[in-house]
Design a binder for this molecule. Structure first.
Ligand code: ARG
Length: 724
């Protein structure tokens, strides 16, 4: 599951685990695993859990992040396995309507044929995770709140990051756990030269498309390969023809048999975000306002792209990646709304809070410690919700890619006037490569007609705000009155698009080095807009930081209360996902989606063929159909299924960001890739249900079968260590 875009945009003790766990719930930090020894053993792990805490040893040394997706090394030559939907942006970047690699697939038969991945593609290898809570908040007064707290935390984080990054080739970050109760410093080697090696045809890699997305039974070959490159002397450097494949110390061996029902499996990856400890006030708002409201916007967003970038057009290829993400999010939120409506999540949440309150009634000490902060957090949440409607519309106003590009460039000029350590994160020297890569991606993901129509839609939404809530400088520059005059606005836009030079890559890159004066004197309409609206937008930014600082003061206190309560209940606690390395384990297992129905944990090639209609997204390649009809299963026949296993289900606790993680068996051999969750489990990001929560994986057996029998990817199979 690739990390969802458009997440909820609006808004000191070491935890070890000693008590018994509930089902397979939990996204554990590696250092917590030794305390889960019994559970892991019972589930079937053959390794010593202590080995899993050594990040640079086997197997964790083979696990990597792509930023937004997870992955792993499968060969000593830096071959990286991940999902097809995780390399999709790179496949798309290298495609045009005439030469469409999304459709055809791509295989480099030699290193020379490998393609540059999309600008900004990375392979991160986590080498160190250390606790830095004291260094981040240790010196802050308990009462410090609002923007002062926000700034103090930011300053401490920046210091830690800059010390950590004094080692060349590393990217560091400070991540907050339990809403800011704990902080960890994460040090990752950052590999910047990433190349596309192999992607099966879209009719395999994305078989079933958005119809089957989040669904079981599933038959998708959602796998693909990158390769990591470094300089000849082993340094992670920018792309260069002279670079050589990175040689990781550890890589995973591939077990060609996949898995069997009941087998132990484990996922080490980078889950993006979950909300398992939110309050009932937040739950109600999220499911009754945020998801339904935002989902309509996403729906219209998709509609506009599809109408203005017809299938088969170059524009459609440019928006393929954007569309895939939007469709993914729309369905995700649809499922959340549906599950919430059918279930009793809110009632159970409310009940939990009531029992927490009862417990506090019986324990004076705990009551004194926690009661006030729980109330304060809930008051702050309500306060924050009052502005969400406005926030949504202002968010819409700043969606246009040209406007944001201009605004970011102007901000860069302003920030550059300050010493590096005082600049806003995102505008420091350490961010410049990424900044540039963003500017370089632009043209392969942007089309004038689509962009104009999107802008019109978003501004129409924005202009429904009462005047006093709008950005006055924006209205003035764009000539918008109390009511939006659509015809007039369309004309303004036409002129702006006709007169801007920002659609040219070199022009954009040149602006990276211009002065504030240059911006002020520019005649480019989007630069002018950025300059005119800067002050007002900056004031809004300060307001939102003030809010964040308030949350940074109260959320950790609330989490401390939850932790004490869980401790009292004897329940282990893991932190909500935050894009850091976590381990989850479970077993291969089916489930019952509804009364009277049992979903088996495997799908087969026969099932794949049965779905084939010849029409997208169920257009399995002829070569594959022929092999299936002739039962050409070679070495990949699974006797108990009397077929080749295609996808399977397990009880691992995953979310968006885990996509592309290798599925490991009891000996940490590669047995597939996790790529999705089942429809009924999506609400699991908030509300874990052991009966419904399943991960969907593509089997190593199907991957190898496709590579061997359909795509002739023998060069890659040879490179891996395959156990048969
Ligand atoms: N549901 C998958 C995830 O969240 C994404 C699958 C992408 N495929 C698609 N048909 N849009 O990671």
């Amino acid at each position: 599951m690739k990390k969802l875009i458009l997440t909820a945009a609006l808004s000191t003790m070491a935890l070890s685990v000693t008590k018994t766990t509930i089902a397979d719930e939990g996204m554990w930090q590696p250092h917590q695993l030794p305390s889960l020894k019994k559970e892991l053993k019972k589930a079937g792990l053959k390794l010593d859990p202590n080995d899993l805490t050594e990040l640079t040893e086997f197997p964790m040394g083979a696990i990597v992040s792509l930023g937004g997706c997870s992955a792993a090394f499968l060969s000593p030559q830096g071959l990286v396995a991940t999902n097809h939907h995780c390399t999709y942006g790179s496949i798309q970047f290298n495609s045009t309507a005439e030469d469409n690699l999304i459709e055809k697939g791509f295989l480099a038969k030699s290193l020379k044929e490998e393609l540059k991945a999309a600008p900004g593609s990375r392979v991160f290898v986590t080498e160190e995770v250390s606790k830095v809570t004291d260094k981040v908040i240790g010196d802050l007064a308990d009462t410090l709140s609002g923007i002062d707290r926000y700034k103090a935390i930011e300053k401490n984080r920046k210091q830690l990051i800059s010390d950590c990054e004094s080692a060349e080739g590393y990217r560091c970050r400070v991540s907050s756990f339990h809403g800011g109760l704990e902080y960890y410093l994460i040090k990752q080697m950052e590999i910047k030269d990433v190349r596309l090696v192999y992607a099966p045809a879209g009719a395999i890699g994305k078989y079933g498309g958005d119809v089957d997305n989040w669904m079981w039974p599933r038959h998708t070959g959602d796998f693909s390969f990158y390769r990591a490159y470094v300089s000849k002397d082993g340094k992670p450097v920018e792309y260069s023809e002279d670079n050589v494949p990175y040689q990781p110390k550890h890589f995973l061996k591939v077990n060609a048999n996949g898995v069997q029902d009941g087998d132990f499996v484990m996922i080490a990856g980078y889950p993006g975000s979950t909300n398992r400890y939110r309050t009932s006030v937040e739950v109600k708002d999220q499911f009754e306002w945020y998801y339904p409201t935002f989902r309509k916007v996403v729906h219209n967003y998709i509609d506009i792209i599809e109408k203005n970038a017809p299938e088969g057009s170059d524009a459609r290829v440019k928006y393929a990646s954007t569309l895939a993400s939007l469709n993914n999010v729309e369905k995700n939120w649809g499922s959340m709304i549906e599950s919430y409506g059918k279930g009793d999540f809110l009632q159970r949440k409310t009940k939990l809070e009531a029992s927490l309150a009862n417990w506090l009634d019986t324990d004076k000490k705990m009551s004194k410690k926690h009661r006030d902060s729980i109330n304060a957090l809930n008051a702050l949440i309500l306060e924050d919700q009052k502005e969400q409607e406005t926030d949504l519309k202002l968010w819409a106003m700043s969606r246009d890619a040209l406007s944001t590009t201009a605004a970011n460039l102007y901000r860069l000029a302003l920030e550059k006037q300050k010493p590096d350590t005082e600049r806003e994160p995102g505008y420091q020297e350490r961010d410049m490569t990424r900044f540039e890569e963003g500017l370089k991606r632009f043209n392969r993901r942007w089309d004038e007609k689509v962009a104009k129509e999107l802008y019109k839609y978003f501004i129409t939404e924005y202009a429904t705000l009462p005047l006093e809530q709008r950005v006055k400088s924006f209205d003035k520059t764009m000539g918008i009155g109390e009511k939006l005059d659509s015809a007039k606005f369309a004309k303004t836009l036409n002129q702006m698009f006709a007169n801007t030079k920002l659609t040219d890559e070199k022009t954009r890159l040149d602006w990276m080095n211009k002065s504030v004066e240059d911006f002020k004197n520019s005649t480019d309409p989007f630069i002018q807009l950025a300059v005119a609206t800067y002050d007002e937008n900056y004031q809004r930014e300060l307001k939102s930081k003030q809010r964040s600082g308030q949350f940074q003061q109260l959320r950790p206190k609330y989490m401390a209360a939850m932790i004490d309560y869980y401790d009292y209940l004897g329940k282990p606690i893991y932190a909500d996902a935050n894009s850091t390395l976590r381990v989850t384990y479970g077993n291969v297992k089916g489930y019952s989606p509804k009364d009277g129905v049992y979903s088996m944990p495997f799908t087969t090639l026969e099932g794949l063929l049965a779905k084939h209609t010849g029409e997208e997204p169920f257009n399995s390649p002829e070569a594959q159909n022929k092999l299936i009809k002739e039962r050409e299963y070679g070495r990949y026949l699974d006797k108990s299924l009397d077929s080749v296993q295609v996808n399977y289900l397990t009880t691992v606790d995953i979310t968006g960001g885990n996509s592309g993680s290798s599925t490991l068996n009891d000996k940490a051999e590669f047995v597939g890739l996790v790529f999705d969750g089942n429809y009924e489990s999506i609400i699991g990001d908030w509300d874990y249900d052991p009966n419904l929560k399943r991960g969907i994986h593509v089997s190593s057996a199907y991957m190898l079968w496709v590579m061997e029998h359909i795509d002739d990817a023998h060069n890659l199979i040879k490179e891996m260590t395959v156990i048969r």
